[in-house]
Design a protein around this ligand. Structure first.
Ligand code: F7E
Length: 292
């Protein structure tokens, strides 16, 4: 087994659980990290309506556990640990301003949005109370071929691949009029890292500054495979949410000004990238089906 203290070893997984404060603090004190990125979440908005308590346990109380572990480890060792909190555009929910910026008032519309808002403010509170170098990235929807298949972009591109290969007939969606500011996860992760390289901690909106509808994304994805979405997509009210976030559009100018961040991948390129990946995946599925 590789020695995790070896500088050549770039990646080492430790077991842990967001509900277990003792294991979080022992991992933080054992590793003594330079930077901590809290991306842990029950991150599906619709599921948060069905599992509100679990969502709050992980997305809200979990953050309190990590922040406190960071504070204690820092006090004990005297070493500065920089902290990143994955805040979400879902905190803007019923938007009070278009586009949204760091100063826009919040109005979350789901247990997920409420839990993220708690963590956002707790991170700011630890920064103000204990001088922790803690920053919040208010990230808009960020996607890639690695996206989970129950999120709408990947659900669409998976369906495109499978329909094209003849192993799926229809795609059932909920609210196709919802508007989102979709970017590429690779671009957004770069922004997270840049945030922690700044001398002073702060909060930043990370978005592309362009908004399209679920319907538009369908059009882009199906046409990337030479298909017309209107032939395959149907509405199923089961996918509607008890309270919807109708539109989200971010203004990333603070991040651009402070550390020169600019997203490189457009939503059209993103849809094409995901479709190409999922066509390949569906081709392999089809080949396997034909063999067995
Ligand atoms: O839905 C609509 C749905 O589940 C996008 C998470 O990463 O981004 C994500 O949250 C929109 C919504 O993402 C279906 O009603 C229509 O309006 O892909 P989504 P989300 O809820 O925006 C934020 C920034 C986060 O922080 C979250 O963790 O698409 N929609 N039909 C559908 N959505 C889904 N999932 N499935 C449908 O069939």
């Amino acid at each position: 087994m590789k020695d995790p203290r070896d500088p050549e070893t770039r990646f080492f997984l430790h077991h842990g659980d967001m509900t277990d404060a003792s294991c979080i603090s022992s991992i933080v004190s054992k590793i003594s990290p330079d930077e901590v990125y809290n991306l842990a979440a029950q991150s599906h908005v619709k599921i948060s309506f069905d599992q509100p308590v679990y969502t709050c346990e992980i997305d809200a109380i979990g953050t309190a556990k990590i922040l406190n572990a960071v504070k204690c480890a820092q006090e004990y060792s005297g070493k500065t640990i920089r902290f990143y909190q994955a805040s979400s555009s879902e905190m803007f929910g019923k938007v009070q301003e278009v586009p949204q910026k760091e100063t826009t008032p919040f109005w979350p519309r789901s247990p997920y949005g409420c839990a993220k808002l708690f963590s956002h403010w707790l991170t700011i509170n630890y920064r103000e109370s204990y001088g922790i170098h803690a920053s919040c990235g208010i990230l808009y929807n960020h996607e890639s071929p690695r996206r989970g298949e129950t999120f709408v972009t990947r659900k669409i591109t998976r369906a495109v691949g499978r329909i094209k290969m003849g192993i799926q007939k229809k795609l059932y969606l909920g609210n196709m009029d919802a508007l989102r500011d979709w970017g590429f996860a690779g671009d957004f992760v770069e922004a997270m890292w840049l945030m922690l390289q700044q001398d002073e901690p702060s909060d930043y909106v990370i978005a592309t500054g362009r908004m399209v509808s679920v319907r538009d994304f369908c059009e882009m994805a199906f046409s990337a495979a030479g298909l017309d979405y209107r032939d395959f997509v149907e509405i199923d009210p089961r996918y509607f949410r008890p309270a919807e976030v109708d539109q989200l559009l971010g203004d990333p100018s603070k991040a651009k000004k402070k550390f020169g961040w600019d997203p490189k991948v457009s939503v059209e390129q993103l849809a094409k990238m995901m479709v190409e990946h999922d066509l390949d995946l569906a081709y392999r599925e089809k080949t396997l089906q034909d063999i067995v």
